[in-house]
Design a protein around this ligand. Structure first.
Ligand SMILES: [Zn+2]
Length: 338
């Protein structure tokens, strides 16, 4: 089959590789219905994260099971499934506590920007739907696999609830999904920090009540203005730079919560400043598996349309252009047909 390989920064190719095979009795092989490029794929693409030779890319996936190992019990060939980018057993103490992304058997999914993929720990990782979904639902279901699940976790970690005032730092796909999540969780006010017209429009569609285009100290001052000098109850940090983290902490009120899901690159904290700031912080790779059944139900019920975040659709053969478009911010998120 053809698959996506990253040879190094800026060098993504669609090349022939061996078809995936069952390697363990707990594996499943799925035929992907669609796949996509993640904002986190841009870190190695931009040379900001070391890569080791050609990497088999892709960790967001949904599709139909074609083969399962001898120990797989809960999914079977023919079923439509969605899984998280974090492989988890769903049975260990961390999974039972809701932190599947710290599963004792954790692995990170790879190789999903391809027509077929191997999913380890299929019973714990995959969630099957009762029926095969219609084609128009595929982008929305695909979004639950990572980008929506991660935005949802940011809102959950930031304690968004009924009536909350929420600030979302970052207008990438995850930030936009954070807006959608905050809306679903009952936030009264959702302030999206964004400088790009197309992203501001989508944020508003997903539920943002205010847009702040300023950044840094000016941005924080605008948030203070909009919240009567108080700051936000909940802040979703969806970038991962020092500037965005500093901005997120400063936008929160004392006692407020920051959910941070942008993978930190070069971010440091100063202990004494954090002590006096009095902020709650929870971040990390999202335990998407915890949210998947609920998110899938919301999509199937037509309640949410997270797949609107895909504003570019390309065939697998043009995957390199999908990376370029996201790198140059010409696209928010690229859906890849396989
Ligand atoms: Zn586990």
């Amino acid at each position: 089959m053809l698959a996506t390989l990253m040879y190094g920064p800026g060098d993504v190719r669609c090349e022939a590789v061996d078809d995936p095979k069952l390697l363990k009795p707990t594996d499943a092989i799925i035929k992907l219905s669609a796949t996509c490029i993640c904002g986190s794929d841009l870190w190695p693409y931009r040379g900001l994260q070391p890569t080791d030779g050609p990497a088999h890319m892709g960790h967001e996936y949904c599709g139909v099971v074609v083969e399962v190992g001898s120990e797989v019990k809960t999914v079977r060939p023919g079923q439509f499934v969605v899984g998280s980018f974090c492989i988890s057993d769903n049975t260990c103490p961390h999974c039972r506590f809701g932190f599947h992304s710290s599963c004792v058997q954790r692995e990170f999914m790879s190789g999903a920007q391809a027509p077929f993929a191997r999913v380890p720990l299929a019973d714990g990782t995959l969630v099957a739907t009762a029926e095969l979904p219609s084609a128009d639902l595929i982008p929305h279901l695909l979004a639950t696999s990572d980008v929506l699940g991660t935005g949802w976790y940011a809102a959950d970690a930031a304690n968004v609830g009924e009536g909350s005032t929420v600030v979302v730092v970052g207008d990438g796909a995850v930030g936009l999904m954070g807006v959608l999540a905050a809306k679903e969780m009952g936030a009264a006010r959702i302030i999206a920090m964004s400088r790009h017209a197309a992203r501001q429009k989508l944020a508003t569609e997903f539920g943002a009540t205010d847009i702040v285009a300023e950044r840094g100290e000016e941005g924080v001052a605008r948030i203070k203005d909009l919240t009567g000098g108080v700051g936000a109850d909940s802040v979703l940090e969806c970038v991962g730079t020092q500037q965005s983290m500093t901005q997120a902490i400063a936008c929160s009120r004392p006692g407020g919560s920051i959910g941070y899901v942008g993978v930190p690159h070069g971010v440091t904290f100063e202990g004494e400043a954090m002590f006096f700031a009095q902020r709650r912080m929870l971040g990390g790779p999202a335990p998407v598996r915890r949210f998947l059944p609920d998110l899938i139900d919301r999509v199937l019920a037509g309640r949410i349309k997270p797949g609107k975040v895909f504003d570019l659709k390309l065939p697998l053969s043009e995957v390199a252009e999908g990376y370029r478009a996201m790198d140059e911010r010409r696209a928010i998120k690229t859906l890849i047909t396989v």
